[in-house]
Design a protein around this ligand. Structure first.
Ligand SMILES: Cc1ncc(COP(=O)(O)O)c(C=O)c1O
Length: 501
């Protein structure tokens, strides 16, 4: 968030009617903005005079809050120069956050309607990226659920429900249904070159839960994890809330690109999207894959491979997984049926090295008390009867056509001035905007016209210094809506760019 929009952001959240003193609300909101890096280190905060005037509150209140934030180390203040967000990483501040809150001179007992969240809870909510909208043009990451072969699915369900087996209606044994693990092992071997036995597969509710499980079992709070910069906000939140110290590592054309300084401090875990970098779309080169695997072997770190949508490539064949190249057992492979079947199914899988399989299966049952075995039986038969691969084949053709329709609409409107990345695979592309454009303002303008796009900068650790762009998901947009929706979006883009100029 740029400092210039801070007062709007605060004004939307300050609530005079909720019974909490304004200084307490302001204090907490500023803490949240800094902890979530919405206000990055070094940002100059507007003066107390300006902020007070823009928020319509007493200047004394703002001054008191600034003084408290200085005491707690969130901001620094230099006479004559102003107030700046402290350079220390939020993670370092978090350790002293509880103590600082207790010492705060204005810590009246919470009487508000909203109970106080924990530090990590507040960080999670402040940085949340989840949207209430889950469809429509151009929602990224959502497949066309209307094309799902419901009749086949319903036939299989009916078959199992006609004579329900008691063992399918109880809790799952750790790891999920054996039949599903068998058919998945075959599929993953053929389609993704994953090398595993059925016993190495644990069925989960999706990639979010798989990453949560891996993080809980393989790291402790405070351990270092590398994430790609940019990366998927959902998984980043899972890591943050686990208390991991994450280091965003830039990506280049070959994927994650750690510097010599990064390499000198090996992480416990790293999270990568080698088949299709999210959200920029590049494929990790073979040289980079070999380098990462060798580094992980030498430094005993785990690589979590997020293979969330590799089935959709338009032109080239999907690349083999990183897991298939791993000879030292350092890779944890995670995948999902969310993009290939439908997101609401909530079925995914995690493939772990043999030596970890029993612990992962036990932990999964212990933590999540799994069930849904009847649904897993339906899914296993759906795959075994060939409906899964045939559905993917049809959807790949459909999404490839929609992608082309979108590119044609963009070329029609902007000619060679339109530039996009990541469009040759997956369910979205990234439309690039001129450097320095506030892409969140563009996304907000589009939303007013009922078009959902996500701002690229929001996927970076430091949005204020990130490239500007928009993620456009085309998979869930009906063919005849793509061109009018793109033109509506383009109107919003052009109008915002002219206002910002
Ligand atoms: C890179 C990436 N990983 C994981 C997910 C979510 O996976 P799941 O729905 O299985 O939790 C997404 C969803 O868009 C994603 O983009």
């Amino acid at each position: 968030m740029r400092a210039s929009v801070l007062s709007d952001w605060l004004a939307q959240r300050l609530d005079r009617g909720n019974g909490q003193p304004i200084y307490r609300q302001l204090h907490r909101l500023l803490q949240q903005a800094i902890l979530s890096r919405e206000l990055p280190a070094g940002t100059k905060v507007p003066s107390s005079r300006l902020l007070a005037a823009e928020l319509g509150i007493a200047r004394n209140t703002v001054t008191q809050v600034f003084e408290q934030l200085v005491l707690e180390g969130y901001v620094t203040s230099a006479t004559g120069r102003g107030t700046f967000v402290a350079e220390s990483a939020p993670d370092e501040i978090v350790g002293s956050f509880d103590a600082a809150l207790e010492q705060t001179s204005f810590a009246p007992a919470a009487t508000s309607a909203e109970p106080a969240l924990s530090v990590r809870g507040a960080r999670l909510i402040a940085g949340a990226g989840v949207s209430k909208r889950q469809g429509g043009a151009f929602m990224p990451g959502v497949p066309d659920v209307s094309r799902f072969p419901a009749r086949v699915w319903s036939r299989l369900h009916t078959k199992y429900w006609r004579r329900p087996r008691p063992d399918l209606l109880t809790y799952a044994p750790g790891g999920g249904l054996a039949l599903l693990r068998h058919v998945l092992a075959d599929y993953l071997h053929t389609a993704r070159s994953v090398r595993c036995t059925p016993g190495q597969i644990i069925i989960t509710t999706g990639i979010h839960q798989s990453v949560d499980l891996a993080v809980r079992l393989l790291s402790d709070p405070g351990d270092l994890i590398w994430t790609e910069d940019p990366c998927y906000w959902g998984v980043r939140s899972v890591l943050h809330v686990s208390g991991l110290q994450s280091r965003p590592i830039p990506v280049d054309d070959e994927g994650i690109n750690p510097s010599p300084a990064d390499l000198a401090a090996p992480p416990k875990l790293m999270l990568v999207t080698p088949s299709h970098q999210y959200p920029l779309g590049m494929v990790m080169s073979l040289a980079r894959r070999r380098m990462l695997l060798e580094y992980a072997r030498q430094n005993q770190c785990w690589i979590i491979e997020d293979d969330y949508d590799s089935e959709y490539r338009y032109g080239s064949r999907p690349l083999a997984s990183l897991q298939g190249l791993d000879t030292a057992g350092q890779v944890i492979y995670v995948g999902s049926f969310g993009k290939t079947l439908f997101p609401g199914l909530r079925v995914g899988y995690i493939v772990v090295p043999e030596a970890l399989a029993e612990s992962f299966a036990t932990a999964s049952a212990e933590l999540y008390r799994e069930g849904q075995l009847l649904q897993q039986a339906v899914l296993a038969e759906f795959i075994a009867e060939g409906h899964f691969t045939s559905h993917i084949r049809k959807m790949r053709t459909l999404y490839g056509q929609r992608r082309q329709t979108l590119l044609d609409a963009a070329a029609q409107r902007y000619g060679s001035a339109f530039s996009a990345v990541g469009g040759d695979a997956g369910l979205h592309l990234v439309m690039q905007l001129p450097d320095g454009t506030d892409d969140r303002a563009v996304a907000a303008a589009a939303l007013k016209r009922n078009i959902v796009v996500r701002a690229l900068s929001g996927y970076y650790a430091e949005p204020a210094n990130a490239p500007s762009g928009l993620l456009l998901g085309y998979a869930c947009v009906p063919d005849d809506e793509i061109v009018p929706a793109f033109n509506t979006l383009a109107d919003a883009v052009d109008e915002t760019l002219s206002q910002l100029a």
